[in-house]
Design a protein. Sequence first.
Length: 253
Amino acid sequence: VWDVAAESCVPLHRVGGGGVTFLSWSPDGSHVLSSTPSPLFRVWETRTWTCERWPCIKGRCQSGCWSPDGSRLLFSVQGETVIYALTFTGTPGAPASGFRGPEAAVVVADLSETTFNTPDGDVIVGGEVQSLAWDPRGERLAVLFKGDPQAANKPAIVAVFKTRANPVFELLPCGFVQGEPGAEPRLMQFHPNFRHGALLTLCWSTGRITHVPFYFLSTSGSFVGLGGSPSLPRLQEKPADFSHQSLFTELIS
């Protein structure tokens, strides 16, 4: 890693992995997530450029994103339907768990396939997570599901969640973003400086780029601009107020 201003470098010593498939800096610059083609990823501490290795059971680390203050890393694993979290506190480079092993990663959301009732018929949402994006305010999390191109009722779709970091970490279902018929989301990213809430930009398989604004009215609610995410469809065999139920709430000991 080169420091251009000082014209000096630090060699990164690592064993195994087979290369790099995905990188993600924490917003505060204290950590870097580095995914490899093998079931292994690393979290580098940038002050000393030391790292901890995290093995995955089923596959490689597919995607990851950081909370605005860099204290929490969310990531997904290829072939799995859950979102994991690592929490960092105190001195830079020292997670709350002491980085003793993969048991420190906590499952914060189980996104197994679920059937929703929509005006156009039943739609299957969930499954393997393709990509994650967290807005700079830490209030909206976008999750891109892989979908199945051979199944018309299982499209690649983006689910949006409300997130809350304080006093505890919490995930709440918010809605979906779906494109034109036949269009699948490929890439997504939140605008870094949207002053009115969160602005999600999506690139579709058709080559079209769309912007989905989320205007926050308060910390407990939001509304979506024209062309944005529809409200969450009613879940089969679930209460009507499902969108207000938490998927995950962190417990304070």
